[in-house]
Design a binder for this molecule. Structure first.
Ligand SMILES: *Cc1c(COP(=O)(O)O)cnc(C)c1O
Length: 393
């Protein structure tokens, strides 16, 4: 059987965990936490990074930092994971769901402006499958209407936006490492939220990270992270004692989690390269069928790179998707659909006032994800391609 996902273990995780245990410091904000955070700060130029216990927690921290008040509106796609919305709903936000693009599940940047009202506080783009949203348009709107941008970059580790951004209004963006004018995702927008859940490219079981790009949020982020105390300043010797100064929670992962994550980060390049190889194997094998109009393949806009987080097909109908998934399952190939529309969920249906979201609905009904994980072999990709071809023959 070929599973849909298999979390990759680099092999050095237990060594790193042993080091953390031997150091006698396994609570949060220890040596491995600092190593992981500075990896992202130096490698990608994110202003300040804080590890969290999950991507969901990073989003919750962002919603607190954005100072979302009851009734404030937040614009985001409906085709996303529940946490994208939940973090803001917990602060009392009204979620305004926007449709996806016609040729890609990302939030359609051309549909945002009509949704902006005097209550709009933030835009939350999700870089689906690690493919950048149209950040040039989104940051331009953010500048025009003074909105915060909080990028759900859960899929987007080591992925880039290659277009142009209105840098003048966002001076902190210039700090991003621009290898040939590439902006790393998670670094565009005031705050970026990553996940290291076992389904993501780089994983530690459950984990996440908040990238604080706009420096005005750094001090408060450290406080919220440490249960509403100024403990981080105390440890740096900036205050004589630490005390309760704000709201917050315990958003720090343990040193054991950070040690596991560090082992993965050391192999980031190897992991990404292998995934891209597999992704391209699917792409080359399936392109002839897509050209015949049997399904569509992931569309990567000219302004986006590909971190091979996911490989998916968009089938012609819901029924055909079901048949394809059954045919592949019969050959021992496990596949998966993806999100249900959040605007049409049991929890939110009654609160959603906007129009029907036709592109979102199509991805809910017709998108199918193929196996994609480090240990998958190119030969297996070829056999999956062959099985898809047999189905359509
Ligand atoms: C995985 C994911 C999250 C949440 O991450 P956790 O680490 O599981 O809490 C949020 N948004 C998106 C788009 C995700 O895929």
């Amino acid at each position: 059987m070929i599973p849909f996902n298999k979390p990759f273990i680099v092999g050095k995780e237990l060594d790193c965990i042993a080091q953390a245990v031997a150091s006698g410091k396994i609570s949060g904000n220890g040596p491995f936490t600092k190593k992981c955070q500075s990896f992202f700060e130096t490698h990608y130029g994110f202003t300040r990074c804080l590890l969290t216990t999950s991507g969901t927690d990073a989003l919750e921290m962002a919603a607190i930092l954005a100072d979302i008040q009851p009734g404030d509106e937040v614009i985001m796609p409906s085709f996303t994971f529940v946490s994208t919305a939940l973090a803001f709903v917990r602060q009392g936000a009204v979620i305004v769901f926007a449709d996806s693009c016609e040729d890609n599940p990302n939030l359609d940047a051309d549909r945002i402006e009509p949704l902006i009202t005097s209550r709009t506080k933030a835009i939350v783009p999700v870089h689906y499958a690690g493919v950048a949203c149209d950040m040039g348009k989104i940051m331009t709107l953010a500048a025009k209407y003074s909105l915060l941008v909080i990028a759900d970059s859960a899929h987007a580790v080591d992925a880039y936006y290659t277009g142009t951004l209105p840098d003048a209004q966002f001076p902190w963006q210039q700090r991003l490492k621009k290898e040939g004018d590439r902006y790393p995702l998670g670094g565009i927008g005031h705050l970026g939220c990553f996940s290291f859940h076992e389904t993501k490219n780089i994983q530690c079981g459950e984990g996440g990270m908040l990238a604080i790009n706009d420096p005005r949020f750094i001090r408060r982020a450290e406080i919220i992270w440490e249960k509403g105390t100024n403990r981080a300043e105390y440890f740096r010797g900036e205050v004589h004692k630490y005390e309760w100064v704000d709201v917050g929670s315990s958003f720090l992962p343990s040193g054991i989690t950070a040690a596991f994550l560090w082992a993965q980060l050391e192999e980031l390049r190897k992991i990404q390269d292998k995934r891209v190889l597999l992704w391209e194997g699917y792409w080359k094998g399936l392109k002839p069928l897509a050209e015949k109009g049997l399904f569509s393949l992931p569309h990567i806009p000219a302004y986006a790179t590909n971190n091979a987080h996911m490989f998916y097909l968009v089938c012609r109908s819901h029924e055909e998707r079901g048949q394809l998934m059954d045919a592949l399952a019969a050959k021992g190939i496990q596949t998966a659909t993806h999100y249900q529309s959040l605007h049409d969920s049991t929890y939110y249906r009654h609160k959603h006032k906007g129009p029907t979201l036709v592109n979102c609905k199509r991805y809910v009904n017709c998108l199918v994800r193929l196996p994609m994980f480090y240990e998958l072999e190119l030969a297996q990709v070829r056999s999956i391609v062959a099985a898809v071809k047999r189905f359509y023959a």
